[in-house]
Design a protein around this ligand. Structure first.
Ligand code: G1P
Length: 293
């Protein structure tokens, strides 16, 4: 059965971006001229997932407002004949069928995903984490959906990272398959110290999950940081081969962690450099600026 639903957890507290995120959800921080979360939704829609459930927490009303129509703003732009801005404004409210569920208490990513149970109604579904932006030139979801069709299993996106960064991610133990871009995941550890990591393959924030994950999550005790970790549930599914086990698609493209200040700045620059309306002026300026450093 094809995958049509995406779940986007957006209930994190955004502590890495304080004080900017004191009143503004981190998902609403602009990357050039769109909030980070809009890129994630565009990626889901580009992969054919136009039913999106967002798991939100406190202070996230501006996310809902952003994806709603704003009739008075639209009428104003129409009156001015500003079609370009009107199209941009309408784009975010026409993007997808968006549903919301509240997480209640922030008890971890596994807990946030478990809130999607009744919405996904027994189907496999995608999870996209808002902090990870995948460049539109190299979206990974289409390959993950293909891998899901082939293996009928849980599919993760895995990326090689320097071993001294692995403590920031879920890390995977893997075995080769007959496809050089797909590995079988034999174990997972959430945020291990470099010396305990099974490899330098990090789980990045794209998942295709089997609906069986919900019953596993129900029995998953709090793990790292006292939170219910999705990685811990997936570790059990990998080791016990539940619902086809777990496979990983190796991602080698451009990805930004907008939850990290330095990567956030890099994301803005790289995306702006590639934009036809900004790149031609920004690129020579950047070259001059860096030459003078
Ligand atoms: C979460 C997951 C982690 C994964 C990461 C990807 O961690 O728990 O396994 O590697 O996302 O960005 P977070 O970054 O939310 O702490």
């Amino acid at each position: 059965m094809s995958i049509t639903k995406a779940v986007v957890p957006a209930a994190g507290l955004g502590t890495r971006f304080l004080p900017a995120t004191k009143a503004l959800p981190k998902e609403m921080l602009p990357v050039v001229d769109k909030p980070a979360i809009q890129y994630v939704l565009e990626e889901a829609v580009a992969a054919g997932l136009d039913d999106v459930l967002m798991v939100i927490g406190r202070n996230k009303f501006s996310i809902q407002d952003h994806f709603d129509a704003v009739p008075e703003l639209e009428a104003n732009l129409q009156k001015k004949g500003d079609q370009k801005r009107l199209d941009e404004v309408v784009e975010s409210s026409d993007l997808a069928d968006i549903f919301y569920v509240r997480q209640g208490e922030p008890r971890g990513l596994g807990h946030a995903v478990s809130k999607a149970k009744s919405h996904v109604e027994g189907e496999a579904f995608a999870v996209l984490l808002g902090d990870d932006l995948i460049d539109e030139s190299n979206y990974v979801l289409p390959d993950m959906i293909k891998a899901h069709e082939k293996h009928g299993a849980t599919i993760l996106a895995l990326m090689e990272v320097p071993i001294d960064h692995i403590h920031l991610y879920g890390a995977a133990a893997v075995e080769k398959t007959d496809d050089p871009n797909i590995v079988k995941v034999t174990g997972l550890i959430e945020k291990p110290a470099a010396k305990d990591a099974p490899s330098n393959l990090a789980v990045i924030g794209r998942y295709i999950l089997q609906p069986n994950v919900f019953s596993v999550l129900e029995e998953t005790p709090p793990g790292k940081g006292g939170e219910i970790q999705l990685t811990d549930a997936l570790q059990k599914m990998a080791v016990e081969n539940i619902a086809g086990g777990v496979y990983g698609v190796i991602f080698r493209g451009r990805r930004y962690d907008t939850g990290d200040k330095l990567d956030y700045i890099k994301a803005i620059l790289q995306i702006a450099v590639d934009r036809p309306d900004l790149g031609p002026d920004l690129t020579p300026w950047l070259k001059k600026f860096t030459a003078e450093l």
